[in-house]
Design a protein around this ligand. Structure first.
Ligand SMILES: Nc1ncnc2c1ncn2[C@@H]1O[C@H](COP(=O)(O)OP(=O)(O)OP(=O)(O)O)[C@@H](O)[C@H]1O
Length: 273
């Protein structure tokens, strides 16, 4: 697949929980290599959308296609094996396990969980494979600058470091598409700057495509190639960050909501974006 080709197609997705319409006819396409953000006020349906892609929720209507094939009948683990990785809004690490084991466990669980590969560990090539795998994981550890804590129990690390370990675990399954649920939440400025660097490198160095939900509008506007805006479960705008910031519907949706978004809108007006 070439950069710029469509990787993910969300087509007319609706999701209802009883009487609650979490999503209504949402469509968008994410191209290979993009950093693509989903934004919107609280309760707009962002996490629901990410869950429809990862497989946690099944849309009530519509389709989600990855590389041209429907994901609807695929389990969460199937989707991970197909190349869709994710991180969570609330960290989901094993606190008592070391950083290295946390990273390896996701990979083993997903990629090694069958009898044949299990048996292969007892014959010749298995050791080589194990070493190659270790090397790949070490590359990720180097990239995310967590060498110094690789043996520490994940639960003892600072919040910012735990977020990095979670990213490492998602990267370790070598996904083509990586879903990030509020990667900057709870971080200080320095931690955010580091995370921003890593997110850019996901596409530029690792050839991954990123779909992210993020409340920090500075981050979204700086990092994203394209953005869609959800409000009450509907897509109200989509385009480049500049196009979205200039959109009247977006301004209305955010009135009385997020100070940061209003600041971003105001400064875009001043700069004439
Ligand atoms: N499992 C669920 N059961 C019932 N309603 C749900 C469920 N998940 C989400 N909803 C509802 O769907 C709507 C969209 O919620 P969602 O969490 O997707 O929004 P969000 O944009 O991610 O919000 P936030 O920014 O606050 O995280 C809300 O009205 C929410 O209450």
């Amino acid at each position: 697949m070439e950069p710029g080709e469509s990787l993910l197609d969300v087509r007319d997705v609706s999701l209802r929980f009883g009487g609650v319409r979490a999503l209504t006819n949402v469509s968008f396409t994410v191209n290979k290599g993009e950093v693509f953000s989903i934004i919107g006020p609280n309760g707009a349906g962002k996490t629901s959308m990410l869950n429809c892609i990862s497989g946690r929720y099944r849309p009530t209507e519509g389709d989600v296609q990855f590389k041209g094939a429907s994901l609807l009948k695929r389990s969460i683990n199937d989707r991970a094996r197909l190349g869709i990785g994710r991180t969570f809004q609330n960290l989901a690490l094993f606190g008592h396990m070391s950083v290295l084991d946390n990273i390896l466990v996701g990979r083993h669980h997903l990629l090694k969980n069958n009898v044949l590969t299990g048996m292969l560990y007892w014959v010749g090539g298995a050791r080589r494979e194990e070493l190659a795998e270790r090397r790949r994981v070490e590359e990720i550890i180097d990239f995310l600058e967590i060498q110094h804590v690789r043996g520490e129990p994940a639960g003892t690390l600072s919040y910012g470091l735990r977020k990095r370990v979670e990213l490492a675990r998602a990267m370790a399954i070598e996904p083509e598409l990586i879903l990030l649920d509020e990667p900057m939440a709870g971080m200080n400025l320095e931690e955010k700057e580091d995370m921003a660097r890593y997110i850019i490198a996901l596409s530029e160095e690792f050839g991954m495509t990123t779909v992210m939900i993020e409340h920090d509008m500075g981050v979204v506007m700086d990092l994203s190639d394209r953005v869609i805006v959800l409000d009450f479960g509907q897509k109200i705008a989509g385009g480049t960050p500049a196009e979205v910031l200039a959109d009247e519907h977006v301004k209305k949706a955010y009135l009385g909501e997020e100070d940061e978004m209003l600041d971003a809108l105001a400064s875009s007006e001043m700069e004439g974006v």
